[in-house]
Ligand binder design. Sequence first.
Ligand code: C2E
Ligand code: CA
Ligand code: CA
Length: 715
Amino acid sequence: MASDNKWNKQPLGEPGADSSFDLVRYFFWLSLVLMGIATVAMAGYLRFYSSAQMLQLEKVRASSLVQVFENSLWPHFKPLTQMSNDVARMREMATQAKLQSNVVQLMKGTDVIRLKVYALNGMTVFSTDPTQVGESEKGNDGFESAVAGVPVSELEHSNTIDSFERKLNDRDLISTYVPVHGADGRIEGVLEIYLDATSFIASTAKQLWWLTAAISLAMIALYIAQMLVVKRAGRIIKNQAAKLVEINRELDGRVEVRTRELGDANRMLEDEIDERRNAEERLDRLAHHDPLTNLPNRLLFKQRLETALGQQPLQHQRLAVLFLDLDRFKDVNDTLGHFIGDQLLIAVTARLAEHVRSGDTLARIGGDEFVCILANVQDPATVNLAAEKLLSLFNQPFRINHNDIHLSASIGISFSPEDGTDFDALVRKADIAMYQAKALGRNRYQLYTYQMSVEAQERVLIERHLRRAIDANEIEVYFQPKVDSVSGRLVGAEALARWNSPELGSVSPARFIPVAENSGLIVRLGDQVLEKTCRQIAQWRGAGFAINSVSVNLSVKQLERDDFPARLASLLSICNLPASTLELEITESVIMAAADAFSMLEAIKALGVKLSIDDFGTGYSSLAYLKQLPVHILKIDRAFVLGIGVGNDSEAIIRTIIGLAGSLGLSTVAEGVEELAQVEFLQREGCTTIQGFYFGRPQPAALFAQDWAPKLHTL
Ligand code: C2E
Ligand code: CA
Ligand code: CA
């Protein structure tokens, strides 16, 4: 870049071609020539002017001389002019000694060296050189001018001239033609006199020479002065040019340095731009990809889906969004740790990615949530096949760090355009369908239906109102009796949450408890139930209704709070209750899911609070694990009670559970007992306690006490 700098191409400091122009020499020649011309012109003009002046002077002088000759001699000449062309006679007359001597007499003391007289017809009628008499002057310019009344002088040089006395050599002559006027004023003839101007011209020439010399000297002086000035000016200019060169060179140097600096700065800037671009690319990648699996994240998935929706070309083609959620992934995370959880996610991604067509986008949009776009779907059946294929990928366990992890997934599917034509609608509905697949037992896929949305909306509605109900402490606690299977005496009760909403009416726990679990509201709800139950037991005991123990259902979210045992202990002490009056019901899945469940249960047990495993038989607890758990009671799930007398394997399962409990030193509670036959079977098999509508429905505390307090005392 720097080398392209146009400033570099023409250094400022180098003088251009003009610098070879030598002002002094140029001026020397030019002014020499001009002054020479001027001198010559001036001298020439002077010469011309002085000779003109001289002629003028001579003319005047000649005229006055002519006057003299005219006055004194004209009466002698006049008759000559009137003689017709008789040349001989004329010569005779002209050479008359008297006339000649008169003329010579007059000429003496003057510069006149010759005199000629012409008749008007041009005939020379007299001359100091008599040989000339009779010659015609007709046509001579001077003569003609004089005839016309204008005297004329001419300068001429003659090598020899016959003066009237002697022969003269090398003479400058001025001849003047002067008209002679008669008494009447008419011109009667012409006189021509020759003046010897030799000495006059010589002196004039001498003067001219001096003048020319003076002019030349003046010119030379002027020239020298001028040259001195020019030379000095030339030196000044040269100095300044040198200075200018120096300054320019310095400027060039500075420009070069600055250019180099700019180049360096430019390079640094380019480096910085590169760095920034890389950072931006990294940021862009981070912004659009999930760092763990390197799959597109929610943002990029959204862009891809919107692009795919924009391109959906044909009417009969559809686009499907598959929402895949791993089943019980949280359990893996909680029991095996986050590191294994992350490895598992990477392994799942690898397996999924291998089976997703190249044109279909697979993305990870949440912890264990994956989405997949199937574009250009001709036949919806192919989507079912794709979902089945994805589910089948989980048939083989994932091997992570020498652990074989068995995992399944649930998939919800939505279609464009039926279920929506934008990202939000399609993903929300696929999510709803996935939720339904989970609710239906997991490890399956569900196509979205409108009914699912209704249920989902209902869940949202319930959540909104439940939140407010919890804030307003509107959740009530009902109590359902538990009786001894043999004696039928009240041995305890189960506390069950009840919600009579002003807007929604009475809402079943089967509906609002899952919503509370999913929204996290269960923690506050559970705490409220626990507190109300403890206060109720304390109040009953104070009133003399000494109920043995009351069980409260516990959610995994409550168990996950580290301070739970401490808060439980303080609640018991505030209510002044012995710990043995409280029992906590926990499902197998809660035990499996809760992080560090074992030590938590130990802490609760250490307080003296009893623990029971709710819905026992429906989970997957291994016997070995069960043996280690610090629990006191197993609650046989209502599903098995329902199977009593029906002829399936429920009775066998109940027997096994009771046998197992006996061998582990645990007591058993059968729930959902509605019929006598069930009571009798459970009695026979040795089930310790019975709970169900047969003995009593869940009731408000007052009614419960009203029904059961008297029996407790009387029995
Ligand atoms: P669960 O713990 O298995 O509670 C027993 C459920 O069986 C109760 O339903 C009870 O009303 C019902 N039941 C008792 N005897 C009979 C019977 O003879 N026949 C029939 N058909 N049902 C009987 P409910 O009260 O609707 O509670 C449903 C579930 O809601 C509970 O099942 C429990 O898991 C949950 N739940 C209720 N209250 C709470 C609570 O305060 N905290 C938590 N975490 N869960 C609660
Ligand atoms: Ca229960
Ligand atoms: Ca139960």
